[in-house]
Design a protein around this ligand. Sequence first.
Ligand SMILES: Nc1ncnc2c1ncn2[C@@H]1O[C@H](COP(=O)(O)OP(=O)(O)OP(=O)(O)O)[C@@H](O)[C@H]1O
Length: 237
Amino acid sequence: MPSKPIFQLRGIGVDYPTPAGVVTGVDDITVDIPARGMTVLAGPSGSGKSTLLRVLGLLERPARGTLTFQGADTGRLRHTERRALRRDHLGLVFQNPPDNLFSSLNVADNLRAAAESARTECRPDDILRQLGLDGTGSWRISALSGGQQQRLAFGCALARRSSVILADEPTSQLDEASADLVLDTLRFLVDQDFAVLVASHDDRLIDLGDRIARLHKGKLERVEHAATNGPERGGAR
Ligand SMILES: Nc1ncnc2c1ncn2[C@@H]1O[C@H](COP(=O)(O)OP(=O)(O)OP(=O)(O)O)[C@@H](O)[C@H]1O
């Protein structure tokens, strides 16, 4: 049975003013994102993947359309309410591993800080074990490989008990072995019933998706489902 949507997008459009004129990041995106499984935003460079992920991560206010999260219209929220929603529900992982972590804190303290920022508590050792990082709690961040740093970034989302995990090109800065660690982590998160949303053009990551939203020149071309590998309606729910 399809799970209830966690995000509902209706006619979402984002514009960027530039000296050369207005550039459209995404336009007229209408889609539902289910609360379970992995949705991959795929498409060539410049197709709008990062823009859409930033809208979903409440980092970007769309110029047009509505975005509801768990049934609430995010366009009606004040800045502080959006920030609280992001803090309490959304775990964001960016493509550059150092951008996701505090290099001045050790591994376990990064997890503790993440939990504290969301006013939760966590057991660093349990999370590190789940992520195959046992025994690294006292390590400096720089002692971890890029793949291990990305794993820890996902661990911070676990520590914060985010309901949705959003990742922008999480394997693009990594060698193949490190990227494998990230793919395993994404599988683990999906098995734990998180809603996982990833922007990527890494074919191995796209293959992991339960549904692939294909973007082209800022438009949603189609949504493919892994079970059928067939297209849903273009740009539809
Ligand atoms: N801050 C910005 N200012 C101006 N234009 C932008 C900005 N961010 C994105 N764009 C433009 O919006 C469009 C979509 O960009 P976006 O980065 O979302 O695509 P993408 O699919 O994530 O690309 P990539 O795979 O290269 O990261 C592109 O035309 C891009 O140049």
